[in-house]
Design a protein. Structure first.
Length: 190
């Protein structure tokens, strides 16, 4: 693929609406809270809880342990699982707050102009932010919003409506993915 058209950046002035900022905040919070793995943080504790209940029920029903000890084990397993779930909800709430602050900082920058080059993209407005393809970005088109996710920090958020057409938005995502792939290949070989 060729380099992005430099004229593209002059046509892409936009400002995030409050609804778009809310959507971006929710997506960024979910992604931040699930970082580290859905399986290890959310599904494995549920599986362990179900196995503990099943194992305790079998031991108590076969009289290998007393019913009283079985009830105590069930209460301890339930308590541990509920504490883990509450900790998870706290992590989600904290991620939502942090994401809301970072997206609102971007939104408060006012109208932006998107500039794309071979190394990444820059959003210029009252503040400027830069995302380089070599920093491990990931491009995603979801729900009328285009996200460029860095390894850490706030994502670049672009509303698809800022592009002249849906095809142009899809082309931008394809160009961003091509830039990310090229930067990854260059980083491995260079």
């Amino acid at each position: 693929m060729s380099a992005p058209d430099p004229a593209l950046s002059t046509r892409l002035a936009f400002e995030l609406t409050a609804d778009e900022a809310g959507i971006a905040t929710s997506r960024a919070a979910l992604r931040r809270a699930l970082a580290g793995g859905l399986t290890s943080r959310h599904l494995a504790p549920l599986a362990a809880f179900v196995l503990a209940i099943g194992f305790t029920a079998i031991l108590a029903s076969t009289s290998l342990i007393s019913h009283r000890h079985g009830e105590i084990a069930l209460l301890l397993a339930t308590t541990a699982f509920m504490i883990h779930r509450l900790w998870g909800r706290r992590r989600f709430a904290l991620a939502r707050r942090e994401s809301a602050a970072s997206i609102e900082t971007i939104r408060a920058g006012g109208p932006f102009v998107l500039a794309v080059d071979e190394q990444g993209l820059t959003l210029t407005g009252s503040t400027a932010a830069r995302w380089n393809f070599s920093d491990g970005l990931e491009a995603e088109d979801a729900g009328g919003m285009i996200y460029l996710w860095p390894r850490s920090g706030a994502p670049a958020v672009l509303p698809a409506r800022a592009f002249p057409s849906a095809e142009a938005a899809s082309e931008f995502v394809a160009l961003a993915r091509a830039g990310i792939t090229k930067a990854a290949r260059t980083g491995r070989t260079g």
